[in-house]
Design a protein around this ligand. Structure first.
Ligand code: KG4
Ligand code: ZN
Length: 350
């Protein structure tokens, strides 16, 4: 009989993390905050043929890969299934069919071994990646989250509490990178290709800032910025004028990222918080990493940036948030279901 009330909490548990919310099938093993393995099988190359993620293809690819990636993660970590103390898995937000593959696998694993199941919110996973790079990191801090599905700045008050300080009212930053890549005829995934194209470009085209100008000062809009880039390219093409993709990419990148950096630092200063962290695929962007580091240094803020491969989707970050939940005894029932969308967190006005 699987009884979540019967589980004891260990210090430095061995946690198997599982992530399958989009196009990466990922498994990792951590012991305490030490990452013993972090394996990924991606369907991105197949998805690239369609210019984006096709949900049905993603689900099938997860089904093909999940067993292999789990075996790999355990073997690289040198851990037998019987040594696993808990299983952490993404239950949302993400593509429903894709999530169900990882969630069902995790449930079976936890049930068979009679260990706790930890149902992790993907966004909280991205935010917990920073703990892996700096195990001494402790809340409170300000977190910049920028991925393909979400863009927000949080006050991470404690391990179990974060409040939204600013967020996008439409597209996410990563989504805008992907759409601008399409206009510039760059392949999927767009973010890294826009960054590469921007190298050597002049950021001298005046695209609107991603921070809404006449709003409450805490709202980003990436749809407006994306449309401005699309209009710029279409107008040039109608006039028969050739655009310089490097200049367009560099100007877009600057307009997309500068407001995120400025607002994040501004939030930390107004809250009198001395540490800034970040997570999500867009945080792998070199321009963002450099600018955030410069501004934090200028303002005497400590910056904890996860390494680039822990910014994009991975299972070590899911295990890391799983550890926070494990230590609180926040165990899931076998009936836990996948959720395509989850609320970010309550808002906080500063
Ligand atoms: O966190 P993530 O791997 O998946 C989601 O949870 O959405 O983020 C993926 C997003 C994509 O939109 C991708 O284009 C963007 O992160 N991304 C980047 C870079 N690497 C990934 N955006 C800008 N620059 C990058 N180097
Ligand atoms: Zn993600």
């Amino acid at each position: 009989m699987y009884d979540i009330k019967s589980f004891k909490i260990k210090k430095d548990p061995i946690i198997l993390g599982i992530e399958s919310s989009c196009d990466e099938t990922a498994c990792a093993v951590i012991k305490g905050r030490a990452v013993l393995s972090d394996e990924i099988i991606s369907s991105a190359a197949v998805q690239a043929k369609y210019g984006g993620v096709v949900p049905e293809i993603a689900s099938r690819a997860h089904t093909d890969a999940i067993d292999e990636v789990a075996v790999r993660a355990l073997s690289v970590a040198g851990i037998s299934p019987a040594q696993v103390d808990a299983v952490a898995v993404t239950y949302g937000a993400g593509l429903l069919g894709a999530l169900l593959v990882g969630l069902s696998f995790a449930k079976s694993f936890a049930y068979a071994l009679n260990v706790p199941l930890l149902a992790v919110n993907h966004i909280r996973g991205h935010m917990a990646a920073a703990y892996l790079d700096n195990p001494a990191l402790k809340p409170p801090f300000v977190t910049l989250l920028a991925s393909g599905g979400h863009t927000a700045i949080f006050h991470t008050v404690d391990y179990d509490r974060a409040e939204v300080l600013a967020s996008t009212c439409d597209d996410a930053a990563g989504e805008a990178f992907d759409k601008v890549a399409r206009v510039l005829l760059l392949p999927y995934p767009g973010g890294p290709n826009v960054q590469r194209t921007a190298q050597g470009g002049m950021a001298d085209i005046n695209f609107p800032s991603a921070l809404v100008k006449h709003g409450d000062g805490r709202t980003f809009s990436y749809s407006g910025l994306k449309t401005a880039v699309i209009n710029y390219c279409h107008t040039a093409s109608q006039k028969g004028v050739e655009i310089n993709p490097a200049d367009v990419a560099a100007s877009f990148q600057k307009a997309a990222i500068e407001p995120l950096v400025a607002k994040t630092v501004g939030c930390a200063l107004s809250l009198n918080v001395d540490t800034v962290t970040a997570g999500g695929g867009v945080i792998a962007n070199d321009y963002l990493r450099t600018r955030l580091a410069e501004e934090c240094k200028k303002n005497n803020l400590t910056l904890v940036l996860p390494e680039k491969r822990r910014c994009t989707d991975n299972a070590a970050m899911i295990a890391s948030e799983g550890l926070n939940m494990y230590l609180r005894g926040e165990f899931a029932c076998m009936s836990v279901n996948a959720c395509a969308s989850l609320p970010l967190a309550p808002a906080k006005r500063i």
